[in-house]
Write a protein that binds this ligand. Sequence first.
Ligand code: NDP
Length: 298
Amino acid sequence: MSNARIIDGKALAAVLRARVAAQVSALQGTIRPGLAVVLVGDDPASAVYVRNKNRETEAAGMASFEHRLPADTGEAGLLALVDSLNRDPSVHGILVQLPLPEGIDSARVLRAIDPAKDVDGFHPENVGALWTGAPALAPCTPRGCMAMLAEVHPDGLRGKRAVVVGRSNIVGKPMAALLLAQHCTVTLSHSRTQNLSGVCREADILVAAVGRPRMIEGSWVRPGATVIDVGINRVTTEGGGTRLIGDVDFAGAAAVAGAITPVPGGVGPMTIASLLANTVTAACRQAGVAEPEVRAQQ
Ligand code: NDP
C-alpha cells in the first residue's frame, strides 16, 4: 500500500505557469519576454515538444518565435540563424531543439548561442556559472525538479543526502550542482557505479535520470525518502499499445518513499514551465530590471 505523497507535477506546473504569466503582465510596458524555438528536421517527438513550448509561451503572454528548418539544413545555415536571433532585441531566449540531424555539431551550435539568451542552460558559460555559484540560467528539467523538492521540503534541503542516478549534461550533472548549491551531500552515480542499490538506499533525496524502465526498485529506496523520477520510457503494453513509465518502479517505491513523482504527470510538465520561467529571468537580466515578485493566481 502506498503511503507516499504523490507530487503532482501537473498542478505544480500550472502554479509556475500562472506565476510566469503574472510576471509577464507586471512587465507590460517595460519588456515583453520573447522565446525563439528552432527545430531542424521533422522528428515527430521534437515537433510535439516544440508545438507545446510555443503554445505555453503564448498562453503566458510572451512572444513566441518558431523557426523550422529542413533536415538538410547545414551547420552554417543553423549558425547564421542563431547569430540573427542573438542580435534580435525582441528575442530574449533561444532554444535549439535537440537532437540535431547528423552532420551538425550540437556542441558548436550550443556554444554559438548568446549565454544571456541560453534558456536551456547548456552553454559552457552557464554550466560554469552554475558550478561556481554565479548567476546562471539553469537547465529546465533540473530547475523543475528543484521546484518540486522545494514544495516537499519547504524548510530547505540543507544537510540531506542526495543521490542522482545518471550523469548527463542535461539532467544528472546540473541536478547535482543545484542540490549541492542547496547544501545537500551529493552522490552522482552512473553505469559504472558499484553497489548502486546500496548507494540509492542512503538517499534522503533520490533522483533517477537514466532512461531504463523501472530500473530502480522499491527495495533501493530508503524509507521516507523523496523520489524524483525524471525517466520517460515508452513501453509496449500487453494489449499491444504503448505507455510511458519512469526509471523507478512506482508501486514498489511509493510503498516506502515519503514522497514520489509519477510518470507521466511528474517532472515532465515542470520542464516547459521552467523554460518559461528561464525566459522571464533572461529577459529581465537583458533589460536590467528586477524580476517582478508576484503571487500566482490559481
Ligand atoms: P542519457 O542517456 O544522456 O544519460 C543516461 C545516464 O544514465 C548516463 O549517465 C548513464 O551512465 C546512466 N546509466 C545508464 N544505465 C545505467 C545503469 N544501469 N545504472 C546506472 N546508471 C546508468 O539520458 P538523459 O539524462 O538525457 O535522460 C535520462 C532520462 O530522463 C531519459 O528517460 C529521458 O527520456 C528522461 N528525460 C526526461 C525529461 C523530462 O522533461 N521529464 C527531460 C530530459 C530527459 P553513463 O554516463 O555511465 O553511461
